[in-house]
Design a protein around this ligand. Structure first.
Ligand SMILES: *Cc1c(COP(=O)(O)O)cnc(C)c1O
Length: 412
């Protein structure tokens, strides 16, 4: 059982809150870089391995720039996510555009940027051709359907709206080849928050076998295979992180057996979001009320609008009470936000140290799909975001919203 710790102290937070009130998210810069570097190293056997950070997990150009500094690109799926790449100085084939139900203007923008365009359907060949013209490099998203078992968040591939069927994949490459497309890639994304290494190895096998078959039947050598994202993180202390080195090694074996043995050497890409930033983000909030009715409640100044996962998926997020790291966790609480929604709870029946008003609470693993999934229901304002620098200082990378921001779109 891994102990979950926070990389800052109560004193540091007290200092920061003199200027910037809670709640806010803090991202540990050094830990993000170290972990992303580990992933790159685990796949360094693959020719020109590249990770494309799934921007939706933490759409902040400062984070994208940080990742760019070690050669990580961006995986986008909307117009504004593509704009974030411009802000972060990420361009060309360092952008992967994996969208679905895509408006024409998004394809136009992606094409202008020179992004790798990943089509979600066979009908999008014509759609893209009319909207922006076909680029020289095209990728298709494969939905393996019944070949692949389901995963809790994404569900069964057969019920998923994404991607092309097996038959359509062959047809799509043939059509594009006939239309003069020169370079090809293949992609899938069938898991989310998956901790089982073998799930990813199975997926790689399906793609590798498909790539070999495409080479044989369509006469196309794929330039890259994008294995998608979906690597999970241990939200609970008793869960084990995916061993990235083992993952890399197991996929390497399959790569050599299925592809390299036939003289095929496609590049390998990943587009992980969660595993890159998730564990290194913390939502810091302060206890403002304690209430004892049929249960013990601690009300905090953050709410589901700052972190939706517990309310939406019943997801577990570990909690550390700052300054009480070593106190016995012997009191049961529901830690709740202020929305007029009864699912606005960060923790239910959680054993914590005795809490007092004013305690600072760090909610773990908010670096992916945390601030990003924020919303303004009940007139709640979205919080600030900070980097924690290596020297222990904090650097604001997004200010908190003000009421003016909230009202700015109104016409009356
Ligand atoms: C969400 C998403 C990802 C990233 O998923 P993580 O679970 O954050 O790794 C990658 N690719 C696509 C197409 C996605 O929709």
């Amino acid at each position: 059982m891994a102990e979950k710790k926070v990389p800052f102290t109560k004193q540091q937070i007290e200092e920061l809150t003199k200027k910037y009130p809670t709640p806010f998210h803090i991202y540990d810069k050094k830990a993000i870089l170290e972990n992303a570097g580990r992933l790159q190293k685990a796949f360094s056997w693959a020719p020109e391995f590249r990770e494309y950070f799934a921007v939706k997990a933490l759409p902040n150009p400062s984070v994208m720039k940080l990742l760019k500094s070690i050669g990580i690109g961006a995986d986008c799926s909307s117009y504004t996510e593509l704009m974030l790449c411009d802000m972060a100085g990420i361009s060309g084939e360092n952008i992967m555009f994996t969208s679905n139900e895509t408006p024409a203007m998004e394809y136009q923008k992606a094409k202008e940027q020179g992004a790798v365009i990943n089509l979600d359907d066979i009908t999008h060949i014509d759609f893209l051709e009319q909207a922006a013209g076909l680029p020289e490099l095209i990728c298709f998203r494969y939905n393996p359907g019944p070949l692949k078992g389901g995963n809790a968040i994404i569900g069964n591939p057969e019920d998923a709206k994404y991607g092309l069927t097996r038959e359509q994949m062959f047809e799509a490459y043939s059509i594009c080849k006939a239309k003069g497309v020169k370079r090809f890639g293949m992609h899938t994304m069938v898991a989310s928050n998956e901790l089982n290494v073998d799930y990813f190895v199975e997926t790689a096998v399906i793609l590798f076998e498909m790539a070999a078959e495409i080479a044989e039947k369509v006469g196309i050598e794929l330039e890259f295979i994008n294995l998608g994202g979906g690597i999970g993180i241990p939200y609970k202390p008793e869960q084990e992180a995916v061993n990235l080195e083992v993952l890399g090694e197991k996929i390497k074996e399959k790569y050599e057996g299925i592809l390299a043995s036939k003289g095929l050497k496609p590049k390998i890409y990943l587009e992980c979001g969660r595993v890159i930033t998730g564990p290194y983000g913390y939502l810091v909030t302060q206890a403002v009320h304690e209430k004892k009715i049929y249960k013990n409640y601690v009300g905090v100044d953050a709410c589901m609008a700052n972190l939706m996962r517990p309310g939406m998926y019943g997801a577990y997020h570990h909690i550390t009470v700052l300054g009480k790291e070593n106190a016995p966790a012997d009191t049961v609480y529901d830690v709740v936000g202020s929305l007029c929604e009864n699912n606005d709870k960060f923790a239910v029946d959680r054993k914590l140290p005795v809490l007092e008003k004013g305690d600072f609470i760090a909610i773990h693993d908010t670096g992916a799909h945390g601030h990003a999934m924020g919303f303004n229901y009940n007139g709640k304002l979205r919080s600030a975001e900070f980097f924690l620098n290596e020297d222990g200082s904090f650097e604001m990378i997004r200010r908190a919203e003000t009421p003016e921001d909230y009202f700015t779109t109104l016409k009356f």
